[in-house]
Write a protein that binds this ligand. Sequence first.
Ligand code: G6P
Length: 605
Amino acid sequence: MCGIVGYTGEQECTEMLLKGLERLEYRGYDSAGIGETCPAGIAVRRAAGRISCLRKKIEEEPIAGRTGIGHTRWATHGKPSCANAHPQSSQNGRVAVVHNGIIENYKELRQELEAQGVAFTSETDTETVAQLLEFYYQGNMQKTLEKVLPMLKGSFALGILDAAAPNTLYAARRQSPLVIGLGEGETFIASDITALLDHTRTICFLEDDDIAVLTPAKAAVFNLQGRQQSRKTEQISWNQQAAQKGGFDHYMLKEIFDQPKALEDTLNHYIDREAMAIRPNTIPFTKEQALAITGISIAACGTAYHAAAMGKAMVEKLAKIPCRAEVASEFRYDDHPSSPQEVFIAVSQSGETADTLAALRREKEAGCWVLAVSNVIGSTISREAQGVMYTLAGPEIAVASTKAYLTQVLLLTLLALELGRLRGEIDEKTMKSYLTRLLALPAQVEQVLADAPQVKAFAAAQSSCSNIFFIGRLADYYTALEASLKLKEVSYLPAQAYAAGELKHGTIALIDENTLVVGIATQNKVREKTFSNLEEVRARGAKLLLITGEGCTIPGELWRLPTNGEIEGPLLAAVYGQLFAYYMALQQGCDIDKPRNLAKSVTVE
Ligand code: G6P
């Protein structure tokens, strides 16, 4: 969960590296550094804190190399400090390394080197890699990597400078993401493509244990035996504008307002409006496969887990297939039996989350057919899965996920509908009517967004509120989970989500006049029951906020959804939840796009 960037070419690269790091800052932001090959050797500048601190340092002590690496860190081994920031250098300064991932056996390796007299200066696992590369130097860095990489256990994406090869940039990866960018007379590496969009959209994805040797003219990829590998290049359609704030104060708000377009793009990709049918081959199931499925498991983390839970609700409602949704960090280790007749779905915006990837690998090994739902083309999860459905949300930069969530839920709903159709649970006419309703979603999200001023005003009036509950039943409970996570992530306010009917079994003891209870009611068969649960908390002094499509006479704030539809309601209610979280965080003065302690992409366990 750190960000890496690297360059070799004709230009002085300090500004490119800093800008690239700024684009990757969402991946980690507790310290940063850059290293460049200069006539006198490898020059390194590092600073604790944000990239702005590094910028300041470089203004005081400029460097001007044409080959360089940069890093923005989310600490795992050793506190965020200048000494622990990357690049980490070897003791004689021959090698500098930036790293994303965890070297699990670094302690043993470090002890062995220390026994040989190597002096360490940081607490990081990464320094061990730099020291190993110097210690075992084989005359050139590629050969040295072939020797050293097999010694490493764990995950890594590495950018490496060798003082003896000033115009060459080396890279390697195992499990952690790393892409190569190809420009005119310049080549790049980065943890993800958003750092490269200013320079190139020609991208090449590295595979596990690839070693890349980059010069200004080309990037060559080798395996651990030194044999050259062919890796196909792809053209990325995202542009830098899509990855910028576009006049909004924060990426989070921009991405909330991006949602009509994200939904529209995703709908256009999957639905043929003329035929009012799912486009062939966009949902990777044949009728035979759909009929053979005995069960579906979905696993994911964080917000993607809430989309997975919504997917479960939709699969059971629309396709009538038994389905479960699990937190990936539990699912990867629990004792559930897997069967080859089951389908496993990994949901991940980044496609790189370590626990989700591990869950996918476990199910694949057990013989399940595995499908990825991801937003990032070429991500590890999408490459390891046997089928992939991409959300077309565009780059999501704010750490708190918004548009990825909505498009994930949309895709899982489309999948549930198609499986229902293939299995004969949904006839053609009903299918067309569902698809017609989904196509109305972008306009309905616009309607919700038009209520932003009302949400802002309500948020401004909640200063006395010390405790916030989100309650709902069935799919609404999953929206409640997501709305409460969003609020916690960006505003740091204590919030909880509860299945509305369960609140009275103990937790209702927490309700008093300083509590706000947000009731979400979009599912027809339980709508009235949720209203009753809201009456119960109102009787105990709580203030109420209700998000529903249908009239309700309970006194309190009402945010009315533009439709009563049960498949659209959860998506629309989620948008109100996002706006509420954003405006609550705004009035708390929080760092909305980069909340404390978080990282967007968690590539460690
Ligand atoms: C991190 C982020 C969350 C995200 C989760 C899963 O914890 O802070 O916002 O939902 O990872 O990420 P993924 O990329 O797998 O969807």
